[in-house]
Design a protein around this ligand. Structure first.
Ligand code: NAD
Length: 253
């Protein structure tokens, strides 16, 4: 049985395409952009198209749902198509095909208007900081519904800053390294005890302010720490929105 990755042509998709097969996962890929790699099992199409998804879900036991507009400044029209309709279509196609588990790429922006606190719980109540954040709250709610109503095992990853290396001072707290992204997806794809979970998608950052325990309970043991890059950045003023809010400067944009 294969694991389907939606949005597989994107940045996180490229990381998982490389990393998950090394951990024993057989992958099926889908994206509206073709992936120009030899020998990949892929279905090219849009996640708002049920026929594309029905074909993509055949013989699949798990889905990592990444496809969508990833911008905090995305317009309503864009999140409506890709993140709202598309995410519904993905969950519904998964249910219809008998898929056992779905890993959904949510975001810290689902709770961005929460003042920063030490060890913020992974189930920090929804306080979206953008229409993008609203669409991630909606995806988490869909996941909860499909878990409760249909018994699909669902993990929602509130991803911080996925980058090859931390891009700024804030990311010393919110960075998710490529290696830890693979470890997190693998844990959520294999944890036997998963029913429904919200977990932060961040590395083991010395300056982290997000509670990693719910991820650890699923077997996610991050190995990277943004601190090794700390000398590259000046410290953050506590009044700086990047420090003051879970959503960072998005709350003021
Ligand atoms: N990168 C981050 O730091 C970060 C942080 C939090 C959450 N996320 C979430 O993780 C997911 C992946 O992020 P990314 O950085 O890889 O983004 P990305 O833009 O690099 O990749 C998204 C992919 O989805 C595809 N896509 C978009 N709309 C589609 C549609 N309607 N049908 C089919 N394919 C479609 C795009 O072609 C693209 O390849 C997104 O849902 C994003 O919101 C990312």
């Amino acid at each position: 049985m294969a694991t389907l990755i939606t949005g597989a042509a994107g940045r996180i998709g490229a990381c998982l395409r490389r990393g998950l097969p090394e951990l024993g996962h057989r992958l099926r890929l889908t994206d509206r952009i073709p992936i120009e790699e030899h020998g990949v099992d892929q279905i090219v199409g849009d996640i708002t198209d049920p026929a594309t998804l029905a074909a993509a879900m055949e013989g699949v036991h798990a889905v990592v749902h990444l496809a969508g507009d990833p911008s905090t400044s995305a317009s309503f029209e864009s999140v409506l198509a890709a993140n709202i309709e598309g995410t519904y279509r993905v969950f519904e196609a998964a249910r219809s095909a008998g898929v056992e588990r779905v890993v959904f790429a949510s975001s810290n922006h689902a709770a961005g208007f929460t003042p920063r606190q030490e060890s913020a719980p992974a189930d920090t109540p929804a306080r979206p900081d953008s229409l993008y954040g609203v669409s991630k709250v909606y995806g988490e709610a869909l996941g909860r519904y499909y878990a409760d109503r249909y018994g699909i095992r669902v993990a929602c990853l509130r991803i911080g800053s996925f980058e090859p290396r931390p891009p700024d001072a804030r990311a010393l707290s919110t960075w998710l390294s490529p290696g830890d992204m693979v470890r997190l997806a693998h844990a959520c794809l294999t944890a036997p005890e998963l029913t429904y979970a919200l977990v932060w998608g961040v590395s083991a950052n010395t300056r982290g302010w997000l509670d990693l325990e719910p991820g650890r309970a699923l077997g996610y043991h991050p190995q990277d720490d943004a601190e090794v890059y700390a000398a590259e950045f000046a410290g953050l003023d506590p009044a700086d929105p990047d420090h003051a809010w879970l959503g960072g400067r998005t709350v003021e944009s």
